[in-house]
Design a protein around this ligand. Structure first.
Ligand SMILES: Cc1ncc(C[n+]2csc(CCOP(=O)(O)OP(=O)(O)O)c2C)c(N)n1
Ligand code: SF4
Length: 310
């Protein structure tokens, strides 16, 4: 059985980056690199990660890396993969490298969706990770299509009035071979999903929930606790979708099987300052109930897709 202690020891994300304390992107990159190894080309879409990667020769990332424009994650991957195929024909590689795109939710849900959709339709052979911190953090916490109902951002000072999109489901609708969601509270689950994605040809999409201490307003040492409560409350559901079937994983599976009791959404939102409006007002109370029913609807929809054996 794989455990955290048995993950590869080699670190391709080096210590001393300029990331904030408790940054979910640095931990996510560390785990992803352990799964993919050195034969990886990284494409970073404009985001916090473009800053925390550092610049040569002081980069925190020990891999070939392209920084690309905000809207171009998918298109850049298609170009890099085509270049790699051309070089492979000339016998340049012993083994073709994996192409990994690392983008924020702003670069995925909003400005990069057309580029990602095009690459998926072209069946580009790459892994796309959306590091979803539910806002544009690099430019100071603006709302995105991933920001949940009721959450404070600088552009939703009274709390966001709309529901978030469900982009993992949009990617499933592209009929790509692998879509998964993951949480930093369950690093082995994320590691195994990255390993699996790397073993499949075609476009693979993995979405990692990324609680951001300064943007969500909680202490840096609570990042894992917030990640865990997101899953335990159903605000973040863990699953993988392969060949037409959705398989629930981890705590999400146990909640839906009735083996673990789901936490109320309140347990998750009350440890984050960005929901303080919700907790303080009558309208906020309604928003909390709306979040709880959003969770029930998502669970119901997933249950419909769970294969018979559950
Ligand atoms: C076309 C364009 N518009 C705006 C920007 C400025 N910009 C750089 S990073 C960023 C926010 C990125 O947000 P997200 O994708 O959610 O990643 P995060 O910073 O949260 O990791 C913005 C708006 C840009 N680089 N290019
Ligand atoms: S603002 Fe958030 S995502 Fe950006 S570097 Fe800091 S902790 Fe990481």
């Amino acid at each position: 059985m794989v455990t955290v202690r048995k993950l590869p020891e080699e670190e391709l994300f080096l210590p001393g980056s300029v990331a904030c304390q408790g940054c979910p992107s640095s931990l996510g990159l560390r785990i992803a690199f352990k799964a993919l190894g050195k034969n990886t080309v990284l494409i970073v879409v404009a985001s916090c990660t473009s800053v925390l990667q550092g610049s040569y020769p002081y980069s925190a990332i020990n891999l070939p890396l392209y920084n690309v424009a905000f809207a171009t994650g998918g298109a850049s991957a298609s170009g890099v993969v085509a270049g790699i195929r051309a070089l492979a024909k000339r016998g340049v590689f012993e083994e073709e490298p994996t192409v990994l795109v690392w983008a924020g939710d702003g670069g995925t849900y909003d400005i990069g969706i057309q580029s990602l959709s095009g690459a998926a339709e072209r069946e580009t052979d790459f892994i796309y990770v959306c590091l979803n911190n539910e806002m544009y953090s690099n430019t100071g916490t603006q709302r995105s299509g991933a920001t949940p109902l009721g959450a404070w951002t600088t552009t939703t000072p009274g709390g966001k009035a709309q529901h978030r999109k469900d982009i993992a489901q949009i990617m499933i609708a592209h009929k790509i071979p692998y879509v998964a969601t993951a949480s930093l509270a369950y690093p082995v689950d994320f590691y195994q999903k990255m390993l699996k994605a790397n073993s499949i040809r075609g476009t693979k999409y993995i979405e990692l929930l990324a609680p951001c201490p300064p943007g969500w307003k909680f202490a840096a040492d609570q990042m894992i606790e917030v990640s865990r409560k997101a899953v335990e409350s159903g605000m973040w559901l863990l699953y993988e979708h392969e060949q037409g079937d959705t398989r629930l994983t981890g705590v999400t599976r146990r909640i839906i099987e009735g083996k673990v009791k789901k936490r109320p959404v309140k347990d998750y939102i009350e440890i984050q300052g960005r929901f303080s409006n919700i907790l303080a007002s009558r309208e906020g109370q309604e928003a909390e109930e709306m979040l709880e029913s959003e969770v029930s609807e998502s669970i119901k929809r997933l249950q419909g897709w769970v294969p018979e054996y559950i």
